[in-house]
Design a protein around this ligand. Structure first.
Ligand SMILES: [Zn+2]
Length: 274
C-alpha cells in the first residue's frame, strides 16, 4: 500500500470528478492520502473529504494564502485544533511555511506577515502536540530557524528541493523530506542526486496533486501556447513516481513502499490510527 503524504483533493481542479480521482488512486494501490488545507475557508471541506474517503488531513494557512489571511484565522485554527483533538484523521498542522519565489510575497511587509503566520502556526503545533507539513520554496534556512526557536515534534518538508546540508538539518529536527513529480525529470540532476544520496529513512512520497505533474503529464510552455492545458497531477500517479525513485536508488519498489510508509507513520504518528 502506498501513502500519498501530500494531495490537495479539495482543489477546484477536481470539482468534476473528485470521487473518481480518489477511487482510481485506491485502485492503483494508494491506500491513504494526507490532505493538507491551504486556508480557513477550506478546513471544513478537507475534513469532510478525509472522513468520506478514509484519509487523513492537516489544518493550516498556506504561505500563498497569507496575503488575505487575518489574525482571527489563527484564533479559529487554535479553536478547531482543540475541537478536533479526538479526530483520528487530524495528523498535522499544515500546509504552513514560507514562499520567497512569488515576487509579491517577497515584499518586506509580506515577508514579515509570512514569518508571523509561520511562527504562530508552529506555536499552535507545539500547543496541540501535532507535527507540521511545510511548504519550502527558497526558504529552507528561515524555516529551519523558526523550527529551532519553536521545536515541533516532527513533520515533512514537502516538495523538498534544497541542498544536502539543508536536508540533513531537517532530518536532525525529526523531519522527513517529501519527493514527488519534480524528481521524474531527467534534467533535475541535483534533486535526483539528493534523492539517491539521502538515507531511505529520510524519504516520504507525495504527488502534491493537482500540481507538480511528473514528466509524462507535463506540458511545455510551447505546448501550452498551442492550447494544451498543463497536465493535471492525480494521486493515482504515486506508484509510477515511486518507481522512478526505486530505479534511481536501485532498490525494489516493494522495499521502497515499505520504507516510505514506515517513515510517513513515524513523522505523522497519527497515521498509525488509520
Ligand atoms: Zn501543497
Amino acid at each position: 500500500m502506498w501513502i500519498d503524504t501530500h494531495c490537495h483533493l479539495d482543489a477546484p481542479e477536481f470539482a468534476g470528478d473528485r470521487d473518481a480521482v480518489r477511487r482510481q488512486a485506491r485502485e492503483a494501490g494508494v491506500g491513504l492520502c494526507v490532505l493538507p488545507a491551504v486556508q480557513h475557508s477550506d478546513w471544513a471541506a478537507v475534513q469532510a473529504l478525509a472522513a468520506q474517503h478514509g484519509d487523513a488531513y492537516a489544518l493550516g494557512i498556506h504561505p500563498l494564502y497569507v496575503p488575505q489571511a487575518q489574525a482571527e484565522d489563527l484564533e479559529a485554527l487554535d479553536a478547531r485544533l482543540a475541537q478536533c483533538r479526538d479526530d483520528p484523521r487530524l495528523v498535522a498542522v499544515g500546509e504552513i511555511g514560507l514562499d520567497f519565489f512569488v515576487p509579491a510575497l517577497c515584499e518586506p511587509a509580506m515577508r514579515d506577515k509570512q514569518w508571523w503566520f509561520y511562527t504562530r502556526q508552529l506555536q499552535l503545533a507545539v500547543r496541540h502536540d501535532l507535527p507540521v507539513i511545510l511548504h519550502v520554496r527558497r526558504s529552507a534556512d528561515l524555516l529551519l530557524k523558526g523550527l529551532r526557536q519553536r521545536p515541533v515534534r516532527s513533520g515533512i518538508a514537502h516538495a523538498f528541493n534544497g541542498s544536502a546540508q539543508q536536508a540533513r538539518a531537517f532530518t536532525e529536527l525529526g523531519f522527513a523530506l517529501g519527493f514527488g513529480g519534480a524528481m521524474t525529470f531527467e534534467r533535475a540532476t541535483q534533486l535526483r542526486a539528493l534523492a539517491v544520496a539521502l538515507p531511505v529513512d529520510a524519504l516520504v512520497l507525495e504527488t502534491d496533486a493537482p500540481d507538480i505533474p511528473p514528466h509524462w503529464l507535463y506540458r511545455t510552455a510551447e505546448q501550452r501556447q498551442h492550447g494544451l492545458p498543463q497536465g493535471r497531477n492525480v494521486p493515482a500517479e504515486l506508484p509510477r513516481i515511486a518507481q522512478v525513485l526505486a530505479q534511481l536508488r536501485g532498490m525494489p519498489v516493494a522495499a521502497l513502499a515499505q520504507a516510505t510508509g514506515r517513515n510517513a507513520r513515524r513523522v505523522l504518528p497519527g497515521l498509525e490510527r488509520l
